[in-house]
Write a protein that binds this ligand. Structure first.
Ligand code: SF4
Length: 530
């Protein structure tokens, strides 16, 4: 029976609408479209307050409250970059024997699958489409359920990840009612709405946290498969964060004198690694925004250590913290420090960076990169991260501020651009719009995601790894000046381009648009006050 029908197979009446009861009348179906406009307005460009209220009314209040607690927002309280769901989608797509199904508007799913394949997913993304009727009648949930049953084959998959995007989340499509497993294939349903999860980085935490939660309940229920490499032989540390592949190797070398191994990296690449991660005594919050993941480690009774072994000071402090967490005798920690700190110092001084820099990004590792730049000799003025403040990056923030760097959590694009204008750096490292803005100012710029976070940062291998790319960019100012001169005279902003005649200014349209924006802002303010 359809959930929206009663025992006789009739649709329930909507309050205030009397069902047609005359004998012989054609059977009528009441389609409760009253919620459709609210749900359909759920998008990264819609009215967040209204959509959140609609989602809470539709039963998603608990999830949204948890997200609000896990990912407190500031000025950056809505996607200013890519759709947040890309983060969780990417985590699922990188796992072995894991299927991914999206439920959301076709345009969102198109964008997400396009981006996944652009980044080399080489894996199909499942999609359960909907329309207004299937959304509001509950048929969408049945379609998702059917899709899950269809692909839940244990010979193909360990797990199926189902993700509600904005519209199904706002409509309260209840993924929690999906079976926990089908034929041994685990089913994990998550909501990743743009109006609840601020960044794609934090969406990685949503999925990883949900999977760890599932794995923890499996561990509590009985024996689970050992890691591919066999059971662990020594105490170990799970690394939290999508680090560069060479970094776990570097960290492993740092930990050898302490008699500690590196365990799995979360987000994991395979379901059984979740068990291995939870089997570690300590979780190292290398990327500090994994609130849900760290909650699972905490619930499993594991200790958590913040920051990371970057540069001389960072590595020394991190080795102390790890030694303390494992009760390693001080002399063995000192042995590790004596072995590695001079090497790190040497690598940093052999590859100095000279220049004024502003840095921003949305990966969550911005503060660590900032520390490395400062220790390399850069005059770093500003670090902006789109991620929120957590206790696990407190030491990095304090260290940077003590070295004269302004740190901005939940940095908005406007704040990143304002920092660039204020400090007039020799190099701006940032997201795509920051780099674009820098180029228009004839300022050398580097993409954080592609060029900076795709490098080792930890231990001796990380020290000095930034110098080549950063120094090359710092030395490219002349090229930017040449480009500016070449394009001189083609206009700027909305007047740029090649025109047959000079574009006619329409001040009345600008005025109209300005009034429209003001009206929108007033309406938002009034709604906030209600
Ligand atoms: S799912 Fe992503 S792209 Fe679609 S409306 Fe939500 S935040 Fe925007």
């Amino acid at each position: 029976m359809h959930p929206s029908e009663n025992a006789k197979g009739e649709a329930p009446a909507v309050a205030g609408v009397a069902p047609e009861a005359s004998a012989g009348a054609k059977p009528q179906r009441v389609i409760p479209l009253v919620n459709a406009p609210e749900a359909a307005a759920a998008s990264c460009s819609g009215d967040k307050q209204a959509v959140r209220a609609a989602a809470a009314k539709a039963g998603a209040g608990e999830i949204l409250d948890r997200y609000a607690a896990d990912y407190p927002v500031g000025p950056h309280d809505q996607p200013q970059s890519m759709c947040p769901a890309f983060g969780s989608l990417r985590v699922g797509l990188r796992m072995r024997r894991t299927a991914t199904i999206l439920s959301g508007s076709a345009c969102c799913v198109y964008g997400l699958t396009f981006t996944s394949h652009f980044y080399g997913a080489r894996r199909s993304v499942g999609y359960v489409p909907f329309n207004s009727e299937t959304l509001v009648t509950g048929k969408l949930f049945e379609d998702i359920r059917e899709a899950v049953f269809h692909i839940a084959k244990p010979e193909d998959y360990d797990a199926i990840i189902v993700t509600n995007l904005c519209v199904p989340s706002a409509s309260g499509v209840p993924l929690r009612l999906l079976p926990k497993q089908i034929n041994g294939v685990r089913i994990v349903g998550i909501d990743v709405p743009g109006f609840g999860v601020p960044t794609h980085a934090e969406a990685k935490d949503v999925l990883s946290g949900a999977m760890l939660n599932y794995a923890r309940t499996e561990i509590e229920a009985g024996p689970v498969p050992a890691p591919r490499t066999g059971p662990k032989k020594r105490p170990s540390v799970a690394l939290i964060g999508e680090v560069f592949p060479a970094d776990p190797i570097g960290i492993s070398a740092l930990l050898q004198p302490l008699g500690i191994d590196v365990g799995p990296v979360v987000p994991v690449r395979e379901w059984r690694e979740l068990y291995g991660a939870l089997d570690c005594e300590v979780a190292a919050a290398i990327h500090p925004f994994y609130t849900a993941v760290l909650r699972e480690f905490d619930l499993a009774g594991r200790r958590i250590v913040g920051s990371a072994p970057v540069g001389v000071d960072g590595t020394a402090a991190w080795l102390d913290a790890i030694g303390n967490a494992f009760n390693v005798p001080a002399e063995r920690v000192a042995e590790a420090k004596n072995k590695f700190l001079p090497a790190i110092k040497g690598a940093l001084s052999a590859a100095p960076i000279r220049g004024r820099i502003t840095l921003s990004g949305y990966e969550g590792s911005e503060l660590l990169v900032g520390r490395l730049l400062v220790e390399s000799g850069a005059d770093l003025k500003y670090v902006g991260t789109a991620c929120g403040r957590t206790e696990w990056s407190k030491a990095d923030c304090e260290w940077l501020e003590a070295h004269g760097v302004r740190v901005q959590y939940r940095a908005s694009l406007e704040q990143d651009l304002a920092a660039m204008d204020e400090f007039e750096p020799n190099l701006a490292i940032g997201t795509t719009p920051v780099v674009q803005a820098a180029k228009t100012r004839s300022l050398p710029a580097l993409y954080f995601t592609n060029l900076i976070s795709a490098r080792p940062l930890m231990g001796p291998a990380g020290a000095g790894s930034l110098a080549a790319v950063v120094n090359a960019a710092l030395g490219s100012k002349g090229r930017f000046d040449t480009m500016r001169d070449f394009f001189d005279g083609v206009g700027a902003g909305d007047n740029s381009g090649i025109w047959e005649k000079v574009p006619e200014a329409k001040p009345q349209f600008r005025e109209m648009h300005r009034r429209h924006l003001e009206k929108q802002a007033r309406r938002r303010k009034a709604e906030e006050m209600i």
